[in-house]
Each structure stands twice: as structure tokens, then as C-alpha cells.
Ligand binder design. Sequence first.
Ligand code: DOR
Ligand code: ZN
Length: 346
Amino acid sequence: MTDTITIRRPDDWHVHLRDDAMLTVVAPFTARQFARAIIMPNLSPPVTSAASAAAYRDRIMAALPDGSDFTPLMTCYLTDDANADDIAVGHAEGIFTAAKLYPANATTNSAHGVTDVAHIMPVLERMQTIGMPLLVHGEVTDGDIDIFDREAVFIERVLEKLIRQLPGLKIVFEHITTVQAVQFVDRAGPNVAATITPHHLHINRNAMFAGGIRPHAYCLPVAKREQHRLALRKAATSGSAKYFLGTDSAPHEIHAKESACGCAGIFNAPYALESYAAMFDEEDALDRLEAFASENGPRFYGLPCNEGRITLERRSAVVPQTIEASGSTLVPFHAGDELDWRIVRS
Ligand code: DOR
Ligand code: ZN
């Protein structure tokens, strides 16, 4: 049995670091494990310009402990009014790594998102030309579509058409949750990839209702049936270069989660790599963790792999019930559970 594993330092290709006091609390957890991360732009107000992205990047760097070796990769929040020239300039200047498509009102702080992809076609055409990746929150928002079907319907109504119209556009289908998403990504060209979160690999929709309503298992896209979780585990451990690590760590204060209308988001940053390692171990695929965590993402984005290494050891530890800092109380993913892997050196 393998008891330690050393891999290239990984990157997180999808994370919410928030701002202000919350940023100070959560950013060190991400920087401890990951060399780089794709930073989600759904602040309030959203990060829609290169100037606001550069300022946010500075705030992230200022929030990190001294000596941190971490590079935030910034994204542009697309709106119906997004301007192709501005985005291309931000990309050329090295400020924007990618742009994020939130369908309007799909999730937290997405009210300014895109109401119809037709409105941003000139932007997407330019992104295809310059090789700038489009990151997609893939859910329709229509109230008449069952929440568990919103990803599958988005594929049918939006993504299938988009890849026909712009066959060269680099697309990352973010935080996929369904067998339909796996099939879509598998069938598409090498310019279409997907991130998979730790929580969608570990829980199915029962977790939200285990003995009562469980707000800390609620995120968007919502966890689906077991057959979908199994398809995600298979995809992540398949060795396919199309799948890579993206935690979608999305912290909300405990009172905002434990509420009559609790926020969507699972805070998995503190034990993210340990959580992925446990899953790869359960699937007897630890030899494929490095590709998923540290190689497939940089290759897709056209960036070098990290040179540093990180070592994990098989040693079980209990995840704390809460994490408290700077007046915030956060409940981490796996709270109260034992995880069998620990980071020992990074
Ligand atoms: O669960 C989620 N939380 N899904 C998202 O798409 C957004 C995120 C957040 O920002 O809280
Ligand atoms: Zn997200």
C-alpha cells in the first residue's frame, strides 16, 4: 500500500477568495497548497475591468502570509455589455487569464451575468482568435427547469450550439456534476475541458437531506444522484487530460449558510488536496492524482507546470467542525470527518 505520495505542486483552476476580511481568512488555505489559482470574479460589484482585476490581484497578494509563493490568475466577469477590445487588451497585458460566463441569476452574485450568449458573441469570437479560455457556469436559470436538470439542459440549449459556432474556442466547463457533462466533454475536441470539485466527487444529493436539512452540503450546481457522482469519479481518475482540479471553494459565513435562505457554496479550501487524494486512493488511482492536480490544467491553459513538489502522507486526522479567524466562523467541507491523507511537505 502506498503511504506517501509526492507530486508536482498543484494549481486550483477555480476558487472564490472573496474580499476584505474574508479574503484574509481564506486566501492562506489556498496558497498553502496551490501554486496558482484561477480567481472567480463574482465579487460585489463584479470584476469586469482589467483595472478592477489588477486591484483585486493586489489585495489578494496583500492578504497572504509573508513568504507565500502563490500567483492569482485573474478572470473577467462577462456581462451583456462586455467589450471585446477591453477584454483583449486585459488579456494581452497579462491581467486576465480567462473570462467567466455566469448566466444571469444562476448563482451567488450573478445578477450582472449574461442574459443570452448571443449578446456576447463578438467577445467570444475575439477570445477564440486570441486563445483566451472561456470558463462556463453551465446551468440554465429558467424556473420551469428542475434544478437537478439545469446542467443537462444547458448542454443541450447552449453548449452544443456554442461549440458548433466557435469550434476553436477554449472552453472550461466548470464544476461539472452530471454524466451528461462528462459525455459532452469526452466527445468535444481538445479545446474543451472541465474542472471537478472535491465535493461533487464525495457527496451525492442525499447529503443535503441526511437526517435533516444540511446547508453545508448545498452548492451550485447542486450535487446530483449517485450515478452522476460515480461518472465524475471515473472521469477524474480516467487519465484523460480534459479533466483537472478546480475546488470551487466558496466560503460563506456560518450564519449565511445556516439560514432560512442559505447561500450556495462549500468551503473546501482547508483540506482540498487531502480530499482529492482520499478519493483517488479510494478509486485505487493515486498514480493519476498528479496529472489531474498538477499537469492537465497548465497544459490546457498553455502555462508551464510548477517545479515545486508537495508530499502527502497516509495519516488520518479529523477535520475541525469550524474554522474561526478575524471574527469569521466558517464550516469546512468534511467537518467532523476523518480524512486519511495529510500534507506533510510543500
Ligand atoms: O455554490 C456556489 N457558490 N456556486 C457558485 O457558482 C458560486 C459560489 C459562490 O460564489 O458562493
Ligand atoms: Zn464557483
